[in-house]
Design a protein around this ligand. Structure first.
Ligand code: NAP
Ligand code: ZN
Length: 335
């Protein structure tokens, strides 16, 4: 493709506008992917608003991409023209550091975002290192699988890495894009699952997605009632919460993992961590190998995103709906 056409933010917080760029020569290790679907992750909104100070304008957001391979670099032997692939947060890494050598490319210091310092998936095409274009199992619909490429792997990886199992009591804070996939994966891991939500109208769906219990966190005292109840709590919210209350909700040796990014540094009492031998951790997305595994698990356990489809041209409308917490549960842009 000589020019790629997409929708770009030209300044922090700006509406997306039509934008074309010349991708140059296809690199030997790259594929070009003709995009059919792209999820609207809340991280796109943070990037558009320049919340993390890493955005370079103009840029095209989008890192939950599904499409078909439309060009193959000269060194790529394991992707074919026309093959359906998915691309998530990461588009490249150095390939030679200790983390890349171990198959943990998401920890590479030189890892590159799909839409950080480059142009992402609110577009007709994108180019990435072929290793980061993951074949999608046939049984998964493109619209429902796109959100798994970032949101899905972000919640799958910590459940896997922290050894969640049928004996685990798991809490998921925030039932949005990430949270509604976390309920499904936690259930597939065999855990007893609780949804913590500020939206009471989500209770029935949260239960149908896998939650055994639902806690309305707008109720004062709700967290006190579940003190000492969870081995693993995953926070997917991008807002201030009663973090001390969530630490107290952990059982001894329990872990509170952050994948959502609160707006400011958080403050926590240390004593409950010490006496209960509790931990706090963070988790990023996952490696290409993790993505292969997660998609395979999703296919075998029938895990998919509940989506609201918007035409690509209505990306600004989708973004406003995500901001208002009105999407159930992931907006997906379709070409
Ligand atoms: P989302 O679809 O907007 O969902 C966020 C959910 O948080 C909402 O649905 C809502 O759930 C809850 N929430 C929102 N505002 C709240 C408030 N004021 N108080 C309490 N709860 C609130 O967002 P998302 O795409 O899932 O992303 C969530 C966060 O994860 C973002 O910060 C994003 O940047 C981050 N993220 C991190 C990674 C990573 O690699 N670690 C990857 C992807 C995304 P309820 O209605 O149930 O309360
Ligand atoms: Zn994302």
């Amino acid at each position: 493709m000589s020019q790629i056409h997409g929708l770009a933010a030209h300044a922090a917080g700006a509406q997306l506008l039509s934008y074309k760029y010349d991708p140059g020569d296809l690199m030997p290790n790259e594929v070009e992917v003709k995009i059919t679907h792209c999820g609207v992750c809340h991280s796109d909104l943070h990037l558009i608003d320049h919340d993390w100070g890493i955005s370079q304008f103009p840029f095209i957001p989008g890192h939950e991409i599904v499409g078909t391979v439309s060009a193959v670099g000269s060194n790529v032997t394991d992707r074919q023209l026309g093959q359906r692939v998915g691309i998530g947060w990461q588009s490249d890494s150095c390939g030679v550091c200790e983390w890349c050598r171990q198959g943990e490319e998401h920890l590479c210091a030189k890892n590159q975002g799909t839409c950080v310092g480059r142009n992402g998936g609110y577009a007709d095409a994108v180019r990435v290192n072929a290793k980061f274009a993951i074949p999608v199992p046939d049984s998964l619909e493109s619209e429902n699988v796109a959100p798994l490429l970032c949101g899905g792997i972000t919640v799958y990886a910590p459940l896997r890495n922290h050894g969640v199992n049928p004996a685990s009591r798991v809490g998921v804070i925030g039932i949005g894009g990430l949270g509604h996939m976390a309920l499904q994966f936690a259930r597939a891991f065999g855990a007893e699952v609780t949804a913590f939500s500020t939206s009471v109208d989500k209770e029935a769906e949260a239960r149908s997605l896998g939650a055994h219990h639902f806690v309305n966190t707008r109720d004062t005292g709700a967290l006190k009632k579940v003190a000492g109840g969870y081995d693993f709590i995953l926070s997917t919210v991008n807002a201030e919460q009663d973090w001390a209350g969530y630490v107290n909700a952990l059982r001894p040796k329990g872990t509170l993992v952050f994948v959502g990014v609160p707006p400011a540094p958080i403050s926590l009492p240390v004593f409950p961590l010490i006496v209960g031998q509790r931990s706090i951790a963070g988790s990023p997305t996952g490696s290409p190998q993790d993505l292969h595994e997660m998609l395979d698990v999703a296919a075998r356990h029938n895990i998919k995103a509940m989506t609201e489809r918007f035409p690509m041209a209505k990306a600004n409308e989708a973004i406003q709906k995500v901001k208002k917490n009105k999407v159930r549960y992931r907006a997906v842009l379709a070409n």
